[in-house]
Design a protein around this ligand. Structure first.
Ligand code: GLU
Length: 491
């Protein structure tokens, strides 16, 4: 085995990339990057019924969106390919020939019914051992060969030694010890010539020279079986790191019941890929026990297996949203506009392609209005709609509370008059403030009432981003048109 770290993420394309899979991918990738090793993407598509090309594509898309790049695998190739298990059937066949030659496997002719019956009998007897009873293990070689030659359907099972101990080192959980008497002679090759997971994965991991297997702990019970396959084939056993489960807020394993679990859904909800990498990494690993926000570069420089936690992590959507807000705030105004504002406004139909390019500076100024107020990208559209849509209705409650009040009509008249005096070319925050700030005192009205009436006029609502900035962005003409419109609702 090579000294260089070689790790793999091996999704089955039976569904989309979900949160748990993404975390596994991130850990493998970060580990490879930290050790200047190789990160391999392998598609475990041996289940023909449930694997689809669409799912494979969706997994590649989600990984790409997250920024997880692979050094070997689909699209990029590599020296250890092919990287789709369905293209490796010859390899599994060849490895099986070696196992046959060494006597490590034997053919099993039991039918599905016979196996079911054996299981039932064992269950009825409440046997501690419920696995395959070894029915075909002692069929003499000549008889087995004759039955195969006669075309009798058969699987190939591994000959598990009877009273041995299998141990492996788990980097997260420490040494693991299993007794072979608790394991049955499991199937490596099915009667239709397709390999089982425990077989194909070992052949591939061995031939791809994988040094560390980092995967979910739902596979830990498979690992002793896989260790036996490595040993039967005469390959060195890699190191294992089994990751604890991710739980939902109710303490149960994270699943569809808890809402979105596919990475794509998080993209659609308006999370940044950087947030997802950071947050998912924290579900079972920590940089120093306290830092919550760290860059992808920091992750790639510092990731290690020693800091992976044995305890299950709890997925908290609220915290994820908070973190996304922090990531959005940390973007430069330009980056925020390009990665968040423009896509959100296009999606909502508030702007058209090309609008941004036509007046970038104007758009970039909207960042300071939106940045402090949102956590998810789509929230930008309703928040900034008033800057784009002159036909919005005034929020009824806001009008009742702040505009349709005795005396506000007169105040708005004065405001309109004063603002008309600002030169069109000087219509900016400084000049607007200079005109408006002294007025409440002169008009003997509270600052709050004064500015809230303007706010409703300008933004259609009593809750909205900074007022003078909004007026500057709208320009003199549109601002005054709105104030005149709201004046009509005042008393
Ligand atoms: N294809 C398997 C899965 O998605 C891979 C498990 C492994 O990493 O060995 O569960």
């Amino acid at each position: 085995m090579t000294d260089k770290v070689r790790v793999r993420f091996a999704p089955s394309p039976t569904g989309l990339l979900h949160i748990g899979g993404a975390r596994t991918a991130i850990y493998n990738w970060a580990f490879a990057r930290k050790h200047k090793g190789t990160f391999i993407l392998r598609i475990d598509d041996t289940d023909p019924e449930r694997s689809t090309e669409e799912n494979t594509q969706a997994i590649l898309d989600s990984l790409t969106w997250l920024g997880i790049d692979w050094d070997e695998g689909p699209l990029v190739g590599g020296d250890y390919g092919p990287y789709f298990q369905t293209q490796r059937f010859d390899t599994y066949e060849e490895a099986l020939e070696q196992l046959k030659a060494k006597g490590e496997v034997y053919p099993c002719f039991c039918t599905a019914e016979e196996l079911a019956k054996a299981r039932e009998d064992a269950a009825q007897r409440s046997d501690s051992f419920q696995g395959y009873p070894g029915t075909c293990r002692h069929i003499p070689k000549e008889e087995a060969e004759a039955r195969i030659a006669a075309g009798e359907p058969h699987t190939w099972r591994i000959r598990v030694p009877e009273k041995e101990t299998v141990t492996f080192e788990d980097v997260v959980r420490g040494p693991q010890v299993f007794q072979t008497k608790d394991l049955d002679d499991f199937v490596l090759m099915r009667s239709d010539g397709t390999p089982t997971y425990n077989y194909a994965t070992v052949v591939d991991d061995a031939l791809m020279e994988i040094t560390h297997i980092i995967r979910g702990d739902d596979h830990i019970s498979n690992t002793p079986r896989q260790v036996m396959v490595y040993e039967a084939l005469g390959y060195e056993v890699p190191k294992f790191a089994h990751l604890s489960m991710i739980l939902g807020s109710d303490g149960k394993r994270l699943s569809k019941r808890h809402g979105a679990t596919g990475v794509k859904e998080y993209k659609d909800r308006g999370f940044l890929p950087e947030t997802m990498i950071n947050y998912l990494t924290l579900l079972g690993w920590s940089l120093d026990g306290e830092t919550t926000i760290f860059s992808v570069d920091t992750l790639k420089e510092n990731f290690d297996l020693q800091r992976i936690s044995k305890n299950p992590a709890v997925f908290d959507d609220e915290k994820l949203q908070w973190m996304n807000g922090e990531y959005l705030k940390a973007l430069s105004d330009e980056a925020f506009t390009e990665q968040a504002t423009v896509p959100a406004l296009l999606e909502a139909g508030l702007i058209q392609e090309g609008d941004y390019e036509a007046r970038k500076d104007w758009f970039i100024k909207t960042a300071e209005l939106a940045k402090p107020r949102i956590r998810l990208i789509p929230e930008i559209a309703p928040l900034l709609q008033y800057l784009f849509d002159d036909t919005m209705d005034f929020d009824q409650k806001s009008v009742e509370k702040n505009v349709a009040k005795e005396g506000i009509g007169e105040v708005l008249d004065k405001i309109i008059e004063a603002l008309e005096g600002i030169d069109e070319n000087e219509w900016d925050v400084a000049h607007i403030d200079e005109v408006l700030q002294p007025m409440p005192e002169v008009l003997e009205i509270s600052k709050k009432k004064f500015f809230q009436a303007i706010r409703v006029g300008i933004t259609f609502s009593q809750v909205s981003p900074q007022l003078s900035e909004s007026m500057e962005l709208l320009g003199k003409e549109r601002s005054l048109a709105r104030l005149r419109k709201v004046r009509a609702l005042a008393l």
